[in-house]
Write a protein that binds this ligand. Structure first.
Ligand code: SF4
Length: 441
């Protein structure tokens, strides 16, 4: 025995501690999401649609480090706010085994060239066919053959902040289509960047997925299509969903211009309890919102809740006068429309949208991590930022706790996830306000 071999025998390199407890997994295919999954607020991660069949495939909720020797492939879905986290993680792993996809690689594939062997752009549900294509940057291929790998994920992690839902009630989600057809696209929206056409999933495929979801008996199901009622055969689809999930309360996105009385009745008869509509910036006129007031009135008449999301452009609420003007208009719209749920988001100029051209000079790579819609990152001054965050929260709290809401909309303090979340936020923001109320920015 040579001296070197003798030395090698004494090292720890051959000891694999996990082997003492379990059979060591080899040839692993691991799905990851950047930023890391939020167990307090989330839905089935979209990477489940991409993960291929096989016992060696897994989804990791934690973006921890793995031993490259055991792994055949890392399949990483990267959203803009997870870019820095992904780069740090990728720097510690074998680039030849990394495949990336999702919004950020679709828009900026060149930013991934040094971190991944393959960069997939746009929607993908057939990984094998997608990766067979030559070149480092490829378009995702959709064949509607593979069901999402829900078996790799615990649906109990799903949580949604919505009216009436108790924390322990199960929520599932489904996409019956991806993308959006509207022309020109709304200037803030990143959906057409990811998929500029409305790709409706074949009805037989939707049916197979519904059979999979029905086994979980969810109390709620979110239909995640960007604009469900834009599909020509949406009525057939909602009947099918209700047939498979008769006890489930459904909610979905729609645009006001697609809702007519006959359609609203069909939605109501088929288990829809809430529709999410974009009020967007209340000081701007949107083509899709020309019929917003009539649509919301129709929903009320048929007993369907309306969930209105609104956008705050931070550059429009600088200073007391501008902020008062904006929020007075917002409260006026709430009083006219009486939505059961409201949800504020700060404007985020997405690369690839019309807004990006207007704002890109204010956005730095360091800002990507703030693409959570709750941070007005276009503003540099931290006190102003905090005040803006407070006032966006406060205007929602004010509405939910108003006499108007209690008398004409519904009870707020029901202990549902919406109420609980806002009580938590109130505690956080009250502290913030305590600290900043008299600080001049
Ligand atoms: S906001 Fe809705 S209607 Fe507008 S482009 Fe996005 S998905 Fe389409």
């Amino acid at each position: 025995m040579s001296e070197n071999q003798a030395y090698g025998e004494k090292t720890w390199s051959k000891i694999e501690f996990s082997d003492l407890l379990t059979a060591r997994k080899r040839d692993r295919v691991i799905g990851l999401t950047f930023p890391e999954s939020d167990k307090a607020l989330g839905l089935e991660p979209s990477i489940l649609h991409v993960l291929p069949p096989g016992d060696n495939v897994e989804y990791s909720l934690k973006n921890r480090d793995f031993n490259d020797g055991d792994v055949r492939q890392y399949l990483c879905s990267v959203y803009i706010s997870g870019y820095a986290e992904f780069r740090a993680w990728a720097g510690r792993h074998d680039r030849r085994k990394i495949v990336v996809g999702g919004y950020h690689p679709t828009v900026f594939p060149e930013q991934f060239e040094q971190y991944a062997a393959k960069i997939v752009r746009g929607p993908c549900d057939d990984l094998a066919a997608t990766l067979e294509q030559p070149g480092q940057i490829v378009n995702g291929i959709v064949t509607h053959r593979n069901l999402p790998r829900r078996d790799l994920y615990d649906l109990g992690y799903n949580q949604q902040i919505i009216p009436d839902k108790r924390p322990e009630e199960t929520v599932a989600s489904i996409n019956t289509s991806v993308g959006c057809n509207i022309r020109p696209p709304c200037d803030f929206c990143c959906t057409p960047v990811m998929c500029p056409k409305l790709l409706a999933r074949p009805i037989e495929f939707v049916e197979r997925e519904l059979a999979q979801i029905a086994a979980y008996q969810p109390r709620y199901c979110f239909i995640r299509d960007e604009n469900f009622t834009m599909q020509r055969d949406w009525a057939e689809r909602i009947r099918l969903i209700h047939r498979y999930l008769p006890e489930t309360r459904l909610y979905l996105f729609a645009s006001a211009n697609t809702l007519r009385e006959e359609g609203v009745r069909t939605l109501r008869e088929n288990g829809v309890y809430m529709i999410c509509l974009g009020l967007e910036d209340p000081t701007v006129e949107y083509r899709k919102n020309r019929h917003l007031d009539e649509s919301v009135a129709l929903l009320k008449r048929y007993g369907i809740y309306s969930y209105l999301s609104f956008i705050v452009d931070p550059t429009k609420v600088i200073g007391r006068e501008a902020a008062n003007h904006f929020y007075a208009r917002l409260q006026e719209r709430f009083a006219q429309l009486l939505p059961e749920m409201v949800c504020g988001n700060f404007l985020m100029p997405f690369p690839g949208t019309a807004l990006w051209d207007k704002y890109y000079q204010y956005v730095d790579e360091d800002d990507y991590r703030f693409y959570d819609s709750k941070t007005p990152f276009l503003i540099r001054n931290r006190v102003v930022r905090d005040k803006m965050r407070f006032f966006m929260f406060w205007n929602q709290w004010k509405y939910y706790t108003s006499d108007l809401y209690r008398e004409r909309v519904r009870r707020f303090d029901t202990g549902d996830t919406l109420h609980r979340r806002f009580v938590e936020l109130n505690a956080q923001f009250s502290q913030l306000y305590e600290r900043i109320w008299n600080i001049r920015a």
